[in-house]
Structures are given as structure tokens and as C-alpha cells.
Design a binder for this molecule. Structure first.
Ligand SMILES: *[C@@H]1O[C@H](CO)[C@@H](O)[C@H](O)[C@H]1NC(C)=O
Ligand SMILES: *[C@@H]1O[C@H](CO)[C@@H](O)[C@H](O)[C@H]1NC(C)=O
Ligand SMILES: *[C@@H]1O[C@H](CO)[C@@H](O)[C@H](O)[C@H]1NC(C)=O
Ligand SMILES: *[C@@H]1O[C@H](CO)[C@@H](O)[C@H](O)[C@H]1NC(C)=O
Ligand SMILES: *[C@@H]1O[C@H](CO)[C@@H](O)[C@H](O)[C@H]1NC(C)=O
Ligand SMILES: *[C@@H]1O[C@H](CO)[C@@H](O)[C@H](O)[C@H]1NC(C)=O
Length: 874
């Protein structure tokens, strides 16, 4: 009936309009069905006042489109800041007609984009505990703007108790219907979903991200009675502004446009394109550029395309690109096999008074392919009654449905086994029966056990929420998007990882009977606002730092070891590379005081963009001003951008490359830094010049160069791999004071075996370096390099190094000595009594040289860690 009705209506209008002057065009109704939202990019004529932009836009419509639908009904967004142009409802024919008009650059249909949460919501209250630094630097005076799905403004996370009034620069709006609903926490909220829509959260996402960045403290946050605690954002004193968008890039462009005008300090964007586009055709990248031109810091999610290589999005160098990692918290459901092997998985369903008992296991994969996944209906003819069923995980979003199928067929419990690619990233879900999601390797152990016995059994037991039990955290989440960066291979992406797995924050609707809804969600959508919060803390402490300086501070102080001081691993339980985690995991406290920063002015990106091969027009679309890429000095290689990482490649026949970096002293006056860089496993020689830098004043700049030289004997087959390495600048001031007073020392445990952990040793060395010791430090690192190759296996005495005695010129105490010897099992033991470092390759061989310098006299240290990605091509 309905279809018929619409059909007749169409007929009628066709008839009616066939006599109109527009008969050569489609009818209004058929015109409407042809309409799509186009983004039209224009070039602003010289001298046109900003106040006349909108009027000029409408001339494009009035002159090229059918008047059947008037201009004011067509314009969807009128852009002012990010681009010159507008979004309008057009037919392909009309969009084509615009090409004739002066000032037209291009027009394209708006694109779908997505929020970066992939995981199904999980229902549990967990306390966010981000450390004591929160109370001292809480983001006061900083406004974080979120481009997101709207906000549940009456959630206590957005109450404004104790919040100061808005900063004077705030020019935003609050567009909720009815009475005033913004406050000193939530300063503003707007919707870009069309007339009549309010900023109230639609897709459940925006309240979560906003409260992660800057939510007010809410006591007693708990779900289902679990994990009672205080929930709050990373920068609890920062203000929030919500810019509500849907999953279209035309709305995102409009939202960023407005946020820039409103005076936000930090933009938090947990969204991205579905596929890669060049920088000049990517609204996130364009919007972010305009933002950094106005001094606004931009933090974006890296995407949930991992572990696929080159899945990283939002990868322009003016964006902080954030990957996701786990936290040291699990909601444990243990599987005890009949042979007493215990395997720890996760489940949110944690029945109380549950008495685990051994039950028969059934593996339905032996019946059919669909039964292997426990698809709906697949277990109908399989005897699972009273048994524990094995199901293969396909997607976290389907896990609870798999359990439902088991329950519907009388199963007693379910063991959900990860796919190989998801490795160890497990997920606590609200199951309907006893369940445990096991990682891939543990799953294999279950399958092995099944093969080993004719009557396999298992029991599932529940341990509730455990914090700090697993030391393998942070770990890169399987879904976190990876580098290398396809759009700009010379810029390492992602930049950083932060908490993004099973994060508790505000939720838009109740998940249990609690009056204040919270929820646990995963995604790079969650890690991005954590970093937005960190940026707000830094901005609050250092209001004059540029977006690039803030980013540099975050990157150079990141750490790369987990709670057990082993290298951060991926979901596959192998050490994460720079393509998995960028510089490492954020350390908010250290980021407040980095010593030196690598600063970049917005204009510095012009030669970088020219060097990427973009033409004048394309660069102009990004930087919004005239450029000439062919004039002298207007183009640089990517690696020459003053970025806090290096990503270089040596092509065929290329023997060496030299790049420079310029650092700005943001630490103490009268400070001195020295560099530590080793050779890279016999592949490359890396030389830093000068090796020392001194600063009289704060704000002073200094430059150094790094030369990467391919060793003469390195052949193509040696050099196809990607290599990574580290460059450390370690510093002290004239009084021998540590430059970073908040520095957290890594407690090196006696007799602990560090199987890998090259970088962690560098961290420790840098903390212990004495100003007089740079020659020996080089030697030490050289030795470490040799040891790390594993070729030291047969070499009883790998080498030793030490720090020189204090000289009269630099009366600094000797800190310690390093001895490397007897690489018995190819592993490394690090021991560090109070004031000395001993690095042994064998437990038995304890060689050390002690120095009893009191702790406060140590002349350490701020670390700048430059990551090097070296792709040598044949
Ligand atoms: C949560 O903790 C608070 C303060 O310790 C306490 O008053 C409250 O009863 C607790 N709630 C639950 C559900 O445990
Ligand atoms: C178990 O045995 C089957 C059949 O022999 C074999 O295909 C499978 O690979 C085995 N699984 C494991 C985990 O060993
Ligand atoms: C919520 O309360 C209702 C009514 O008391 C109860 O039936 C239901 O089980 C509760 N739900 C949860 C998740 O606790
Ligand atoms: C760009 O610079 C080159 C070299 O200086 C010059 O020849 C060319 O005319 C310039 N192009 C424009 C559009 O100004
Ligand atoms: C190249 O020679 C150096 C010095 O002799 C050696 O350490 C390195 O292992 C060699 N590299 C390769 C790839 O053979
Ligand atoms: C280190 O290990 C050795 C050998 O196992 C042992 O004799 C020694 O007591 C240990 N030292 C410490 C401090 O634990």
C-alpha cells in the first residue's frame, strides 16, 4: 500500500511539473531522490570579506541549481575556517554545472566516516586511577572540544562542582532545547545533524569519550556491584565542549569549523575515514591543520584496523595519532582443565555463590563448520547438555550470542577461543552462562588437551575484577591500527599508545539498575580522549607551548616497558615495534617536564607537503594560502621535518643520509645534554653531531645532525628488513640536579632476567649517565648492541665500560660502571644496587663496581627518546 501511494504521488508531480519552465529537468520529487550531500571546495576571491562568504556560497546554488528546491533548503553546512566552501544537497548534474563558476576547485559526495569503537559495550564499573599527578595538574583553564556523537549532559560526570567559570576566550554556544543546560564543566554543545537536532547523545559514544578526557569525579561508580570506585577524566578540571556529528565527513568538517571559532584549546576526535585519502582530500587532516594554525592541539584515534599493517588513519604529522593498549585490570574467569592446567580468560558474567565442577567438554567443530563458531541454530543436533562447549571467536561483538546458543541448547558453560590474529586481547562480556574468553595460545592448549584424552573435562571459576595481577600490561590491543604510514612513510605513525581496552566511563543509558550509568568499552576511540586529557594537562601547565611542543613532550617521554619492565608486547606476546606503538605508552607526569622539545611552526609543514609530492594547488587546500613548491628551498624530505621521531629509508645505492633536528630548551637554564646513539646491529652507523648541547636560557634553541650510514659490507639481503633504534639525550643542570624532578626510576630487580629489553636498559642507562661519561656510554651501548644480536653466545667477555672519574671541570660524582660478561644463555641479567649498574649476561658472574654517591647528587636526567625506523632497501 505504502509503495503504491508513493508511486502515484510521483506520477502526479511529474504530470504537474511537465508544464513548468523546468520541464527539461527532473520533477521536484525525482530531483529529491537524486540529491546527495556534496562538499564543494572553493577558492576564496581576493578581498572577499569573511562576513560575505555565505552570501557568495549561495550564488553558486542560485546560478547552477534547479529552483524547484530553493538554495536555503540545499545548503547543509557553510564552512568558514577549515576550508572555503560548503556542503549542499545537489544532483550530479548540478554539481557538474558548478565547475564553470569562478572560484570552484572541486566537489564530491560526502563520505561515510566512523566512530572508532568496535567492541560491543561491556557492563562493568571500574575505577580509573591515573595516578597522583591528577591532583596537581588537572587541566584548569583548558577547553577540550570533542567531535563526537553528542552528550548526556545530565550525567554526573558533567556536573560542574568546583569548576571555575569559562575562560574569557570562550565564544561557543549551548544548543540544548529548553532551559540552559550547559554549565562550567560542559561549556557548550552543538549539533551538526541538521535543523531541530539537539546535542543530546544519539549513538552511545560521546559521553564516554568526553568523560574519559575531562569528566568530573563521580564517587561510587559501579555496575552490577562490581569495582566500586571514583570515576573521573584525565583532566578533571578542564572544560568540555561537544560538537555532535553523524558518520558523515560533511558534518565533521562543520563541527571542526565551529570548534575552531569557539576557542577550544584541544580537539579530541575519536573518528576516522573508512579508507585512506591523500591529506588534501581528508576532512580530519584538513580540519586538524586549520586547528594547529590557531594553536589548537589535535588528538585523533589511530583506528581499529589492527593488527593489519598500514591500517593507521589520521596520520598527518600535525595530528597526535593514538593507538590503544590494555590496562592492568581483568575480570577473570579461569578454565581449569581435567589435567589441572589453569588458563585465565575473561567474563563479565561473574555469578556469586558459584561452585565450579569438572564437566565434560564438547568441541562442536568436529560436527560442522558453523558449529565451530556456535552460530545461532548450529548446536541444535549436537549433544551439549550439561557440557562445556568450545566456540571459536570471530568478533567480540558476537561473543554473547555464541554463549546464548550454547545456553539455548542446554550447555553448562562455554570456552570462547580467540582467532590467531586477536592473540591475547580478550574481552569481558555480559554472558548469559558461565563463560571464559581465552587468548589464542591458551585456546591451543585446550585443543591439545582435547586431543590427549578420550574424556576431556573442564571447570570454569570466577575471580572477579583483578587489578595489577597481570604484569603484561600495557599491551598493544589487537584492534589498534598499525603503521607504516601509507600517506607519509617518512612520518612514524601511530605516535603513541594509551589506555583503550575495557575502559570505564560515563554512558548515555542505564546498563543496570544504577541511577548513574557507566559502561566499559574498548577502541582507539577510548585511547584518544585519554591523550586529549594529557594534552590539556600540559597546556594548563605550559599555556604557551605550541601543539607541536606538546606533542613532542608526550612522545619523547613515553615508556616502552610493561609492569614487569619487559618490553611492551603486542596481542601476539612478542615485543611491540614502533609500527605497533609509535614512541610507546604515554607517561603524563613525565610529559609535563620533557627538558627539550622539537617544535614545529605551522608554516614548516609547507616544504614538507611540497616534498611529499603534492602540487601547489593541493598544498594550498591544506594550508589555505598561496604556495609555490618549485621556488628554491620550498621542499624538504619528510625526514627533515622537525618531528620527534625519524622514519627513513636508504634506497638502492644510497650510502648515507643526514638530517637535522632543532630542539628548544623548556627545562632549566644552564643545562647540558649529551647524546647516546649506537650502531644498529652491524647494518647502520648512526652519528650525532654535536654530541653535546648546552643551554644558557630557557627557550634557547640548538640544532644537531644525525647521519645514517649503511655499513660497507651490508648487502641487499641483509638490509631488506626494517630496523629500529633509539637516540637518547640525557641532561643535567650546572648544579647537577636532575632536570626532571618527577622522574620515575625503574626499580631494576636483582637477579631478574630480561630476555629482551634493549630499550629499557637504555632508559636506565640514561637515568644513570654522568656528564663526564659520554665516551664510555657510547662504548656501553655498543656492547649492548653486540649482546643483543645474540652473536655474543660464544664470546665470554663481551666488553665492559664505565664512567670516568669526576674531573675538575665537571665535578660530578661517578655513578657507576657497567660490565657485560659471560652471555651464558643468551639472556641478560641486570642488577642495579643502590648506586651502580651491573649488567651481567649470566647470573653466576656477578661483576660490579660500586659507588656510594648519595642519591640526591646524581646528575640526571631528562630523556628525549628519538625513535628511528630504518628501512633499508636494496
Ligand atoms: C562504594 O564505596 C562507597 C565509599 O567507599 C560506599 O559508601 C558505597 O556503599 C559503595 N557501594 C557499593 C555498591 O559497594
Ligand atoms: C588434534 O588432532 C587432530 C586430528 O588428529 C589434528 O587435526 C589437530 O591438529 C590436533 N589439534 C591440536 C591442537 O593438536
Ligand atoms: C533491575 O531491577 C529489576 C526490578 O527490581 C529486576 O527485576 C532486575 O533484575 C534488575 N536488573 C539488574 C540488571 O539488576
Ligand atoms: C614558482 O617559483 C619558480 C622558481 O622561482 C618560478 O619560476 C615560478 O614562476 C613560480 N610560480 C608561481 C606560480 O609563482
Ligand atoms: C659488517 O662489518 C661489521 C664490522 O666488521 C660487522 O660488525 C657487521 O656484523 C657486518 N655486517 C654484516 C651484515 O655482515
Ligand atoms: C641471585 O641468584 C643467585 C643464583 O641463583 C643466588 O645465589 C643469589 O642469592 C641471588 N641474589 C639475590 C639478591 O637474590
Amino acid at each position: 500500500m505504502k509503495a503504491l501511494f508513493l508511486f502515484s504521488l510521483t506520477l502526479a508531480s511529474t504530470l504537474f511539473f511537465s508544464t513548468s519552465p523546468f520541464s527539461h529537468e527532473a520533477s521536484e520529487a525525482s530531483l529529491k531522490t537524486d540529491l546527495e550531500t556534496y562538499i564543494v571546495f572553493l577558492e576564496k576571491p581576493e578581498g572577499l570579506l569573511e562576513s560575505n562568504l555565505h552570501e557568495w556560497y549561495t550564488t553558486f546554488l542560485s546560478e547552477t541549481t534547479s529552483s524547484l528546491i530553493p538554495s536555503h533548503q540545499r545548503i547543509v553546512h557553510s564552512y568558514r575556517n577549515v576550508i572555503t566552501g560548503f556542503a549542499a544537497k545537489l544532483t550530479p548534474h548540478e554539481a557538474k554545472a558548478m565547475e564553470q563558476k569562478e572560484g570552484f576547485i572541486s566537489a564530491r559526495v560526502e563520505r561515510p566516516v566512523s566512530f572508532h569503537t568496535t567492541f560491543t559495550p561491556k557492563f562493568l564499573g571500574l575505577q580509573q586511577n591515573e595516578g597522583a599527578w591528577k591532583s596537581t595538574h588537572s587541566g584548569k583553564g583548558v577547553i577540550i572540544g570533542l567531535i563526537d556523537s553528542g552528550i548526556k549532559h545530565d550525567h554526573p560526570s558533567f556536573f560542574d562542582k568546583g569548576m571555575p567559570p569559562p575562560p574569557a576566550k570562550w565564544r561557543g554556544r549551548c544548543d540544548f532545547n529548553g532551559k540552559q543546560t550547559c554549565n562550567n564543566k560542559l561549556l557548550g554543545a552543538r549539533s551538526f545533524l541538521g535543523a531541530g537536532d539537539t546535542p543530546v547523545e544519539k549513538d552511545l559514544h560521546g559521553s564516554h569519550t568526553a568523560s574519559e578526557a575531562a569528566g568530573s569525579p563521580v564517587e561510587g561508580a559501579n555496575v552490577f556491584g562490581q569495582a566500586n570506585g571514583t570515576a573521573m577524566g584525565i583532566a578533571p578540571k578542564a572544560h568540555l565542549a561537544m560538537y555532535k556529528v553523524d558518520e558523515t565527513d560533511s558534518s565533521v568538517l562543520a563541527a571542526i569549523d565551529a570548534a575552531i571559532e569557539d576557542g577550544v584549546d584541544v580537539l579530541s576526535i575519536s573518528m576516522g575515514n573508512l579508507v585512506h585519502y591523500p591529506f588534501f582530500d581528508d576532512v580530519f587532516v584538513l580540519g586538524a591543520f586549520r586547528a594547529i594554525q590557531k594553536g589548537i592541539f589535535v588528538s585523533c584515534s589511530a583506528g581499529n584496523g589492527g593488527p593489519l599493517p598500514s591500517s593507521v588513519t589520521n596520520s598527518a604529522p600535525w595530528i597526535l595519532t593514538v593507538g590503544a593498549s590494555t590496562i592492568d585490570r581483568e575480570i577473570r574467569a579461569t578454565v581449569t582443565l581435567g589435567n589441572n592446567v589453569e588458563l585465565h580468560g575473561q567474563s563479565l558474567f561473574q555469578p556469586t555463590n558459584f561452585h565450579p565442577k569438572q564437566l565434560p567438554i564438547v568441541d562442536p567443530s568436529t560436527y560442522s563448520a558453523s558449529a565451530a563458531f556456535c552460530w545461532e541454530g548450529s548446536l541444535k543436533n549436537i549433544d551439549v547438555k550439561g557440557k562445556i562447549v568450545i566456540c571459536q571467536v570471530v568478533s567480540t561483538a558476537l561473543i554473547t550470542a555464541q554463549g546464548q546458543e550454547v545456553k539455548d541448547n542446554g550447555g553448562a558453560g562455554v570456552i570462547l577461543i580467540n582467532r590467531a590474529e586477536d592473540g591475547d586481547t580478550t574481552s569481558p562480556e555480559p554472558h548469559v552462562l558461565p563463560a571464559s574468553n581465552l587468548g589464542y595460545k591458551d585456546g591451543l592448549r585446550v585443543l591439545d588437551y582435547l586431543n590427549s584424552t578420550s574424556s576431556p573435562t573442564a571447570a570454569i571459576s570466577f575471580q572477579g575484577t583483578l587489578i595489577g595481577k597481570s604484569k603484561i600490561a600495557p599491551q598493544v590491543a589487537s584492534f589498534s591500527s598499525r603503521g607504516p604510514n601509507l600517506q607519509s612513510p617518512g612520518i612514524l605513525k601511530p605516535d603513541i599508545i594509551g589506555p583503550g581496552v575495557n575502559i570505564l566511563a560515563a554512558w548515555g543509558e542505564p546498563v543496570d539498575n544504577a541511577t548513574t550509568p557507566f559502561n566499559v568499552v574498548s577502541g582507539t576511540s577510548m585511547s584518544c580522549p585519554h591523550l586529549s586529557g594529557v594534552a590539556a594537562l600540559i597546556k594548563s601547565a605550559h599555556p604557551n607551548w605550541s601543539p607541536a611542543a606538546i606533542k613532542s613532550a608526550i612522545l619523547t617521554t613515553a615508556y616502552t616497558y610493561d609492569l614487569d619492565y619487559n618490553p611492551i608486547s603486542t596481542e601476539q606476546n612478542v615485543p611491540a615495534t614502533v609500527f605497533d606503538m609509535g614512541s610507546g605508552h604515554v607517561d603524563p607526569t613525565k610529559a609535563l617536564n620533557p627538558g627539550l622539545v622539537y617544535d614545529i611552526e605551522p608554516d614548516d609543514f609547507v616544504p614538507y607537503l611540497c616534498g611529499l609530492g603534492y602540487d601547489d594547488k593541493q598544498v594550498r587546500m591544506i594550508v589555505q594560502r598561496k604556495v609555490n613548491c618549485s621556488s628554491t628551498g620550498s621542499s624538504i624530505p619528510e625526514a627533515q621535518l622537525n618531528y620527534p621521531t625519524f622514519s627513513i629509508s636508504l634506497g638502492a645505492g644510497e650510502q648515507k643520509k643526514t638530517y637535522t633536528r632543532t630542539v628548544t630548551n623548556v627545562g632549566r637554564p644552564n643545562s647540558r645534554y649529551m647524546s647516546v646513539a649506537g650502531s644498529w646491529k652491524g647494518i647502520l652507523d648512526v652519528e650525532v653531531a654535536p654530541r653535546e648541547m648546552s643551554f644558557k636560557e630557557v627557550g634557547e634553541k640548538a640544532s644537531y645532525s644525525v647521519t645514517f650510514t649503511r655499513l660497507g659490507n651490508v648487502t641487499a639481503s641483509d638490509s631488506t628488513a626494517v630496523h629500529q633504534g633509539y637516540l637518547v639525550w640525557a641532561g643535567h643542570d650546572d648544579d647537577g640536579r636532575k632536570l626532571n624532578t618527577d622522574m620515575k626510576e625503574i626499580p631494576i630487580q636483582k637477579n631478574k632476567s630480561y630476555t629482551t629489553g634493549h630499550e629499557q636498559i637504555l632508559h636506565n642507562l640514561a637515568r644513570k649517565l654522568n656528564s663526564d661519561g659520554n665516551v664510555d656510554a657510547q662504548q656501553i651501548l655498543h656492547n649492548l648492541e653486540q649482546g643483543a644480536v645474540g652473536s655474543a653466545q660464544n664470546n665470554p667477555q663481551v666488553g665492559h665500560g664505565g664512567w670516568a672519574r669526576p674531573s675538575t671541570e665537571h665535578p660530578k660524582p661517578m655513578i657507576g660502571r657497567l660490565v657485560v660478561s659471560h652471555p651464558a644463555e643468551g639472556r641478560r641479567i641486570v642488577q642495579m644496587p643502590e648506586t651502580s649498574i651491573t649488567i651481567l649476561l649470566d647470573v653466576e658472574e656477578e661483576v660490579m663496581l660500586l659507588d656510594d654517591t648519595p642519591d640526591e647528587e646524581k646528575t640526571i636526567i631528562s630523556i628525549l627518546l628519538l625513535k628511528l625506523v630504518l628501512a633499508l632497501q636494496s
